[in-house]
Design a protein around this ligand. Structure first.
Ligand SMILES: *[C@@H]1O[C@H](CO)[C@@H](O)[C@H](O)[C@H]1NC(C)=O
Length: 157
């Protein structure tokens, strides 16, 4: 069930991919490159500030190294019960593509929910709980020195 919902969402996302993304162009976050944990945290705050009607953040845990694990909740308020979709990215520290995908996904939704009735409808029925980087310690560690042995990170973090 969740799998098929995600598949539909992915299709929706891909369909919106090439559309001009309203409002986000002038902001300098580069979605085509990988970002450090600090940059991603800053990006999360920016999303929350720029889209207060749809985005809120929740700290729901701490890592071993005492970092706050934070998610973005994305959805429009509704009086009807809503389904939730949980997305964790950045579970394996070395797979930088996963957090990048999550951020891209958020950008696409936020850039189109006002203009695309399908995305707006989706946000009225669903709340996304998106954690761009779940394994923050491993992610930070993987950025420290690009000569570190990736196999080592994978085993230890
Ligand atoms: C984690 O969040 C709490 C509550 O917002 C805050 O006081 C604390 O400074 C945060 N810790 C880190 C490491 O960001």
């Amino acid at each position: 069930m969740l799998g098929s919902v995600l598949a539909v969402l992915l299709i929706l996302t891909l369909q919106t991919h090439d559309r001009a993304v309203e409002g986000l162009e002038q902001w300098a976050y580069d979605y085509t490159k990988y970002h450090t944990m600090d940059e991603i945290s800053e990006w999360m705050k920016t999303m929350e500030r720029d889209y207060p009607d749809v985005v809120s953040s929740i700290i729901y845990g701490n890592t071993y190294e005492k970092r706050n694990i934070t998610l973005l909740k994305i959805g429009l308020s509704s009086t009807d019960p809503k389904k939730m979709i949980w997305m964790d990215c950045g579970i394996h520290a070395r797979e930088w593509i996963a957090p990048a995908f999550c951020q891209h996904f958020v950008k696409e939704i936020l850039g189109s929910y006002k203009t695309d009735p399908k995305i707006g409808e989706m946000l009225r029925h669903l709340d996304f709980y998106i954690t761009p980087v779940l394994n923050m310690d491993g992610y930070v560690y993987s950025w420290k020195d690009n000569t570190v042995n990736l196999q080592y990170i994978y085993k230890q973090k």
